[in-house]
Each structure stands twice: as structure tokens, then as C-alpha cells.
Write a protein that binds this ligand. Structure first.
Ligand code: PMP
Length: 453
């Protein structure tokens, strides 16, 4: 590795020297020591059109020639309006307003406050609704409100005394570990719907603003889609008690699972949806919310003003980048490629990795696949947390000869820690790259466990 001056950045781990990225092109990242890394995860499932797309650079430059910043307290901009229209047009008229912020955590914070204010704005206000029901082993962000909503134990642990106490949790839909032997999908769904119903009863339905979930669980579980019928059942429980359904699509949305919105595969529509990562594809920090007509109508008939705001929300340069990324997804027919390449990725990882003794489960959707790593395949016993398997594997992957970036994820629920790696390549990846990703990951997993034995 090249001789580096010590890092000036407050990194996640001050004891480590982090590899330095100097360039990116397409599906590859180049490090300062010359290593070319095949980016099989697009960072944390962010880089959906790959790196270094000159069309986005041009869109950013063109926007800089017009206006770089306009405070949303007073103004809107063409580019922000266009982006919102583009996003809403992909919802078949279900969602009628969008709200653009800077990060997924901010989007989740805004979603919580919107839900609360919605109940105050109604013709017959319901001020007692201050509580949320979310799910264990979920991740909704790193700010205190969004962290409170999440069930990612290790990310919460140190801040537990500072977290909100108006949020309770039910189990996620996690068939690999929670579906009973011989329990059908229908029975499993009905058990989970019963649990949610009971939680509403326990906290008092008149106190609940919303139920919150990720359609495909990302960072906390490693790409776990729900079984068929789950979200319809959850929607029905929310409707029964007049609560909102907030879907966090920050990681799994904007095409990642093969449809523009993950809920489009579930036969339901959320009241509030958050989006992030693939909105800007990594070219700018940007996230947002899409609001269902029924929520918008309540605000229209009420005060009309959401009491919220960030200095940089709706930022024109970020909007210009995101608008171009969204247009590229459309112009280059990338959703179809997500479906096609996702099918290939799924087939090949199953073929090459299913039999590995430390691969417990492979699951996912579109170009969003998780591999759960276990100490014992038969008993599903996880590795001890101290082994740091997911992170270790991801770090090992950056080394020669693998040079492949996978995203490590881990979480704890019911005392069980899971180690998973996520594969989430760019939507414009090719069949050759998919074969290359699978070959490298296969070798990586084989060698990592051979060495660590
Ligand atoms: N929700 C989900 C589902 C996420 O995966 C993330 C980020 N991993 C967030 C929210 C928070 O987004 P950000 O890191 O942009 O704040």
C-alpha cells in the first residue's frame, strides 16, 4: 500500500487505516495503491447506475449554471418540481406529493413527524396518537428518532437511554429463523398479523400513529423480503385501527428489487414512503418521502403546512443529479436489467454457494441479495459476535486476489446475532460482471472460512 499520511477524518474506527478510493468507473473502484475493486454492493446499495457517469456530471454542471441554492422556506425550483413529478409519476397516481431531504435518516424523522401532524390536522383531530409500532431487527437510520424506530441492537446499544420511549416493536417477517417447521406462509402471516393486532391492543389503538417497516429488510437482516400476503395483512391491521402505514424504502426502493417501489410487488400502497440511496445513486446526498393522496388531502384541508424543515432540503444540485439518475434508469431500461441480472445473480449464487457449510441462507429480490453466514448449517447457529464474520469477510474481500466489495450487515434479535453480506450491484451491470461477482464471492467465502478455521 502507498505510504499515507495519517487520516484526518473521524472514521468509524480510529484504530484502522481505511483504503483510499481515488476513482470510480462503471462497476469498478480504483484505490490509491492501484487495486481495482469490483463494486458488488454499490457501497451500501447506493451506486445504482455505477460510478463516473458523465451524464450526471453534465446535469449537475447545467444546474450550477442556473441556480445552486434556493431556500425552500420561500421558493421552489424547476428542478425540484420536476424530480418530484418524476417520482410521483411512477406510483400510478397513488402518491400525490413528494418531499426532498438529504438523507434516509432525515426522511424517517420527517415521516414520524408527518404521521403525528396528520392526526392533528384531521377534521376530527386525534391528539392521543403519539406512538409507533416498528419491528425488531430493522434499520431506519442513525439520528435519535430514526434509531429509536430501528431494532438494530448493536447500533442502538450505547444510546439506549437517549432513545424515544414511544416506539414498541413486533417481530419482523423472517422465515429463515422465525417461520415454524411445517408452518405454511398463510399461518405464519396470520401469526404475525395477530402479534401486530395484539400490540395495537396493548398500547391502545387510539394512541398509535403508524406501523413502520422495510418491505425488504436491508442493513439489519441482509435482504429479507416478506412472505407473500404479509404486507396485505399488516395493511389490514393498520386500517382496522385507523393508523398509517409507513414503508421505509430507503435501501430497497427506487428499482432495487425490480419495480420502482418495493410495495408494488406486495399488493398494497403505503400512506408514507421514504426513499434514499438509489434516488441520487451516490452522485449527491439526497432522500425523500412520497405521500399518499389521503395524507396530502388532510394537510390540504387542514393547516396546509408541515411544521418541519432543513436548510438544505430540496437542494437544486442534489435534485439535478437525482433527476438525471432517475431519467437514466428509465432511458436505459434499467428496471428490466435489474429483473434479468437479478435472476442470473440469484441462480448463480444458489448454484455456487448453497452447499457451503457456512452459508445458512440466501435470500433477496431483484439486485438485492443477502447471504447469511452461520457456524452450523444444520442448527443455524450463528457465529459469536466477537468473531466479526460479516465485517471480516468484507475487509478480506478488498484484498488481492478477490478485490470485490460486499456490504457487511449484522444485527441481533431474540439473542441471535446474524452475519450477512449483501450483494447489490449497479442496475446496469452485465452478465459478465455478474459471473465475475459470483466467482469472486465464491472464492472469497471459501478462502475466508478455510483460513479462519
Ligand atoms: N432506512 C433504511 C432502510 C436504511 O437502509 C438506511 C441506511 N442504511 C436508512 C434508513 C438511513 O439512511 P441514511 O444513512 O441515508 O441516513
Amino acid at each position: 500500500m502507498a505510504c499515507l499520511s495519517p487520516s484526518a477524518v473521524l472514521h468509524r474506527n480510529l484504530h484502522e487505516e481505511f483504503p483510499r478510493v481515488v476513482r470510480g468507473q462503471g462497476s469498478y473502484l480504483v484505490l490509491d495503491d492501484g487495486r481495482r475493486i469490483l463494486d458488488a454492493s454499490g457501497g451500501a446499495a447506493v451506486s445504482c447506475i455505477g460510478h463516473g457517469d458523465s451524464r450526471v456530471r453534465q446535469a449537475i454542471a447545467a444546474q450550477l449554471d442556473k441556480i445552486e441554492y434556493a431556500a425552500t422556506t420561500f421558493y421552489t425550483t424547476d428542478v425540484c418540481e420536476e424530480l418530484c413529478r418524476e417520482l410521483l409519476s411512477s406510483t400510478a397516481g397513488e402518491m400525490t406529493r413528494a418531499y426532498i431531504v438529504n438523507s434516509g435518516s432525515e426522511a424517517m424523522e420527517a415521516a414520524m413527524k408527518l404521521a403525528r401532524q396528520y392526526f392533528l390536522e384531521k377534521d376530527t383531530p386525534e391528539p392521543s396518537r403519539t406512538r409507533f409500532i416498528a419491528r425488531n431487527q430493522s434499520y431506519h437510520g442513525t439520528t435519535l428518532g430514526s434509531l429509536s424506530m430501528g431494532g438494530h441492537a448493536s447500533r442502538r446499544a450505547k444510546f439506549e437511554p437517549m432513545l424515544l420511549d414511544n416506539i414498541t416493536k413486533v417481530a419482523p417477517c423472517f422465515p429463515y429463523r422465525h417461520q415454524g417447521l411445517g408452518e405454511s406462509d398463510e399461518e405464519y402471516v396470520s401469526r404475525l398479523a395477530g402479534e401486530l393486532d395484539q400490540e395495537f391492543q396493548r398500547v391502545g389503538p387510539e394512541n398509535v400513529c403508524a406501523f413502520v417497516a422495510e418491505p425488504v429488510v436491508g442493513a439489519a437482516l441482509g435482504c429479507v423480503p416478506a412472505v407473500s400476503g404479509y404486507f396485505q395483512a399488516m395493511r389490514a391491521v393498520c386500517d382496522k385501527y385507523g393508523a398509517l402505514l409507513i414503508l421505509d424504502e430507503v435501501m430497497c426502493g427506487i428499482g432495487r428489487t425490480g419495480t420502482m417501489h418495493a410495495w408494488q410487488q406486495e399488493g398494497i400502497v403505503p400512506d408514507i414512503q421514504t426513499i434514499g440511496k438509489c434516488l441520487g445513486g451516490g452522485y449527491q446526498p439526497i432522500a425523500g418521502l412520497l405521500l399518499h393522496k389521503r395524507v396530502v388531502d388532510v394537510f390540504m384541508n387542514g393547516s396546509g403546512a408541515f411544521v418541519h424543515g432543513h436548510t438544505y432540503q430540496g437542494h437544486p444540485i442534489a435534485c439535478a443529479a437525482a433527476l438525471e439518475v432517475q431519467r437514466i434508469i428509465g432511458k436505459d431500461n434499467l428496471l428490466q436489467n435489474v429483473v434479468d441480472m437479478g435472476a442470473l445473480l440469484s441462480k448463480r449464487i444458489h448454484e455456487l454457494l448453497s452447499e457451503h457449510p457456512n452459508v445458512g441462507n440466501i435470500r433477496g429480490r431483484g439486485l438485492f441479495w443477502g447471504i447469511e453466514l452461520v457456524a452450523d448449517k444444520l442448527t443455524k447457529e450463528p457465529f459469536p459476535p466477537s468473531a466479526g464474520v460479516a465485517l471480516g469477510l468484507a475487509e478480506f474481500g478488498l484484498k488481492e486476489p478477490y478485490c470485490v466489495a460486499v456490504y457487511p450487515s449484522s444485527g441481533t434479535v431474540d439473542g441471535i446475532k446474524g452475519d450477512h453480506i449483501i450483494l447489490s450491484p449497479a442496475y446496469n451491470t452485465t452478465a459478465i460482471e455478474i459471473e465475475d461477482i459470483v466467482a469472486r464471492v465464491h472464492r472469497l467465502i471459501h478462502d475466508y472460512f478455510a483460513v479462519s478455521k
